[in-house]
Design a protein around this ligand. Structure first.
Ligand SMILES: Cc1cc2nc3c(=O)[nH]c(=O)nc-3n(C[C@H](O)[C@H](O)[C@H](O)COP(=O)(O)OP(=O)(O)OC[C@H]3O[C@@H](n4cnc5c(N)ncnc54)[C@H](O)[C@@H]3O)c2cc1C
Length: 363
């Protein structure tokens, strides 16, 4: 054992007191199934995949917690949760759990936790998940580790939730030793999507909650979908082409969108391009942007700083184009081209255009 883990273990031993009596019967791993307008966010399935490993390690059950209005979409979500690994689903159906509002969701979730007592509760670090997790953790007066990149069970059976810190230059592992449940959020695409097993059998526990519109302080007057954001499917794209400061001028970013269009890919960028106003913020990839897991990631004029790397490491194949052979991106790229992105990108675009046209003719 090196000195650092020894010191960490000693520190934990000092911090740890006996788990208070009132938390001793907290058992099982839960995943919040995030459903909006009948659509379940795929991060819920990613978390069920990860939750399965934690539950198996602890020898306990894995449950989904689903809130929504009664109806076929909710029933379908229950079946899907079971197919992705949930042994049971705690279901709260209520007309006021349609469009998300913090107060009824937090009340329903807190009631579920207080009644059935999970030891671990995982939520997606989406806009909805972050909002709900903070309120529920505060109401329950327990610990919440946000934006985790790894989850594990330590030797004493407690959740070890790892996340970047100090601007992404260090990773820290956080334990909620003396409170329950141990809560964590994880961003979409950080965890791998598990295989669904259609027809898998699970149980449903229906729980009634008493919600009244007159007690809810926020009112939904209208629902206006954000079509611009909905168009960005970056996190779940099969192919992503991204550019960085090596592109030198905002007008050169067209070389990225041209290649993306030919490949039927999504496009993204490094953070400085967002900061300079060249590209919209929802296109940023990395620690403070999107995490991606495409089959192919093409990064042009991107140095590969750690904060960018953490967002792309899950890609099956990374092709880096950089004029500096010593750029850090070549340490983790699978394929590399050393040269000027401004000439390589149009050449690639043209080559793919011709190649794909020939394929289409042949097909
Ligand atoms: C708290 C925090 C959070 C952050 N979050 C993120 C994040 O989410 N995402 C992110 O990307 N960054 C993030 N950053 C910033 C990160 O540290 C880097 O500064 C950033 O990723 C660098 O962007 P870049 O690679 O485009 O630019 P640079 O680091 O300047 O790299 C430009 C690269 O282009 C190459 N190049 C130059 N000319 C050419 C050419 N003609 N052809 C080919 N290559 C060329 C250069 O060799 C160089 O490697 C964060 C930083 C902090 C502190």
């Amino acid at each position: 054992m090196t000195d650092a883990p020894k010191a960490a273990a000693a520190g934990r031993a000092q911090m740890k007191t006996e788990l208070p009596e009132r938390f001793r019967d907290y058992k099982h791993v839960w995943v919040f199934i995030e459903m909006e307008r009948g659509q379940v966010h795929p991060v819920s399935w990613e978390l069920l995949g990860e939750g399965r490993k934690l539950a198996d390690r602890l020898g306990v059950e894995l449950a989904g917690a689903l809130l929504g209005p009664a109806g076929p979409a909710t029933e379908a979500a229950v079946r899907e949760a079971v197919s992705y690994g949930a042994d049971l689903v705690y279901l709260v159906e209520h007309p006021l759990l349609g469009d998300y509002r913090n107060q009824p969701y937090a009340e329903a979730m807190t009631a579920l936790v207080n009644t059935y007592k999970p030891e671990i509760l995982l939520l997606g670090a989406t806009t909805l998940g972050r909002d709900l997790a903070g309120t529920v953790a505060t109401t329950l007066a327990t610990g919440l580790t946000a934006d985790c990149t790894a989850l594990a069970i330590d030797g004493e059976g407690s959740l070890a939730a790892t996340r970047p810190t100090f601007g992404g230059t260090l990773l820290c592992t956080i334990h909620t030793l003396n409170f329950r449940p141990q809560m964590a959020t994880v961003r979409p695409r950080v965890m791998a999507m598990p295989e669904a097993e259609p027809g898998r059998q699970g149980r449903v526990v229906r729980h009634a909650v008493d919600l009244e519109e007159s007690r809810i302080v926020t009112k939904i007057l209208d629902f206006i979908p954000d079509l611009s954001t909905n168009k960005v499917r970056l996190a779940y794209a099969d192919i992503v082409v991204a550019g960085g400061l090596g592109l030198q001028k905002p007008e050169n970013f067209r070389l990225i969108t041209d290649l993306a269009e030919v490949l039927g890919a999504e496009y993204g960028c490094s953070r400085p391009l967002v900061q300079k106003g060249w590209v919209a913020a929802e296109r940023q990839i990395g620690q403070t942007g999107k995490t991606i897991r495409p089959r192919l990631y093409i990064a042009a004029g991107i140095s590969g700083a750690i904060q960018h790397r953490v967002g792309v490491e899950g890609a099956d194949c990374i092709l880096a184009i950089n004029s500096d052979a010593g750029a850090p991106i070549f340490d983790f790229a699978h394929l590399g081209m050393v040269g000027d992105a401004l000439t390589i990108l149009p050449t690639l675009t043209e080559a793919f255009r011709r190649h794909l046209a020939v394929d289409r003719l042949a097909g």
